[in-house]
Structures are given as C-alpha cells and as structure tokens.
Ligand binder design. Structure first.
Ligand code: 9D3
Length: 245
C-alpha cells in the first residue's frame, strides 16, 4: 500500500501535483503516478471557527508576530487522521526540532502514514504541541519563511527510499549519505567526483584510473576520494575523530 502523507498548512496550493513545483516533477511525481506514494494537503483555515477563517492570534506576553491557535490545529489533525484507518506518525516542522538526517529519513520511510504540520507563523500555541506530542523536526540551521518547504524536503527524501521508486541506475545505496558499498564500517560519506565524455575538456583530463577498466582499482580510488572529501569538507561526519588525522 502506498505511503500516505497529509500536510496541514495554510498554503495547501504549494503541494499541488499540478503545480510546476517540487511535488509535480521528477521522483515524487513518478512515485505518485506509480501508486507508491500519495499526499493530501489540508488547509488549516477550513477548521477555523472565525468568520474570517482566522487561525492565529497575538501572543500572550506581547512581542512580534502571530501565534497559531490550538483549536484549528487540533480539529484539523483529528479530522485528517480520521480519513484513513492507519495510525499516522505526527511530525511538526519547526526550527526547534531535531535535525533531519538520513538515519531519521530511513526510519520515516518505514512508516505507512506521516502527518506533517507546517506553517507560516511565529509558532504554534505550545499546549496543542504538548497534546499532539508530534516528532519535532528541523531541516537545518537557517531561517525559512515557513515549514512548507521543509515538509517537501522531508517528503522528497522519504519518497525516494520507498522500494520501487528509484530505478536500478539511480539506486539509493551509492549517494552522499548512503553507506558506501566498499566501506565495512558503514560510515556515511560524501560522494566521489564523477566524469563522462569527452575524455578531455578545456585541457582537463579524466583521472587515468577511471579509463583503466580495472574495477578493483576504480572502486578503491572512489572510496579513497569519498573518505578524503568527507575528511576535508565534513569532518563532523567522522564520529571516530578520523577527520582530525
Ligand atoms: C524570525 C522568526 N523566528 C524568531 C526567532 C522564529 C521562526 C519561526 C518560524 C523562524 C522561522 C520560522 C519558519 N520556519 C519553519 O517553520 C521551519 C524551519 C526553518 O525555518 N528552518 C529549518 N527547518 C525548519 S522546519 C520548519
């Protein structure tokens, strides 16, 4: 059965499969057409009890910005969870969340249903977060204007791990942050450099080893480049302090 995503947002049109945006093209669109993933965006405003469909209010204690009220969020979650019998893993996209890493993406890809809460506001009333007890996830240490793009990043990363979504020639095992096939310690490494025709371009040659046809040497060279790049660019990815060598 297809993994089901529900997105709660005040900008549901951002998730349209008809739009020329992220979810309408490439791997997510292919997965959807193949019946391997589906998503439904729900407008939190539909659950407002206000005649102007208002979902936010000024913060108690003062300060800038608006705070999403408990009631519309709670009612939207209850309604959307009832649309499918399978229990949903609730996720709130927030700068205060745990950082999204490939290990977490792999855990989420095992779920049947993910309920993503995204918003364009300063924050959500803490009491509804407490009561919903969602996983709280951030996609990195920079400021977005809302959680919707973060939700799409999460969905894209999850969808490509669903069995059958990627073709053989785009397998998930050999990318950056996949576990390098030649590495028995299972480290997550950056990818090696890639080359294609022509053999010489603007006076620059392809590394000789790649033209050698010696698959053993090529695999060894690629793994060395992966380790070298990771040590130089992302020493934080070496939990064993190898990055300092
Ligand atoms: C400038 C406003 N900030 C005050 C300290 C708080 C703030 C609230 C809401 C900052 C950004 C946002 C909107 N961002 C998200 O909802 C979000 C996000 C992000 O901004 N960065 C990384 N991951 C995520 S997940 C959701």
């Amino acid at each position: 059965m297809a993994i089901r995503f529900d997105i709660l947002t005040t900008f549901p049109e951002m998730f349209s499969e008809l739009s020329p945006a992220a979810m309408g093209v490439s791997i997510p669109a292919r997965a959807r057409k193949a019946g391997l993933a589906e998503w439904h965006a729900t407008d939190i405003r539909s659950y407002s009890k206000d005649k102007h469909r208002k979902t936010d209010e000024r913060p108690f204690g003062g300060g800038p910005g608006m705070v999403m009220m408990c009631q519309p969020v709670w009612d939207a979650v209850m309604a959307v969870e009832g649309l499918d019998a399978r229990p949903a893993t609730r996720i709130l996209l927030t700068p205060q969340g745990v950082p999204l890493k490939q290990g977490l993406v792999e855990e989420l890809a095992k779920k049947e249903r993910l309920l993503l809460i995204a918003g364009h506001y300063e924050g959500i009333d803490e009491r509804v977060i407490q009561k919903l007890a969602p996983m709280e996830i951030s996609i990195g240490d920079y400021v977005l204007s809302g959680g919707e793009l973060a939700a799409m990043v999460l969905m894209d990363a999850v969808i490509r791990l669903i069995p059958g979504v990627l073709g053989d020639d785009e397998s998930a095992g050999s990318d950056s942050f996949g576990v390098a096939s030649g590495d028995r310690e299972g480290r997550r490494l950056l990818d090696c450099p890639h080359y294609t025709r022509p053999r010489e371009w603007e006076g620059m040659e392809v590394p000789e080893v790649l033209m050698s046809g010696d698959h053993g040497r090529i695999a060894k060279w690629r793994l060395e480049r992966m380790v070298e790049r990771t040590r130089e660019r992302r020493p934080d990815l070496f939990p064993n302090k190898e990055g300092e060598k």
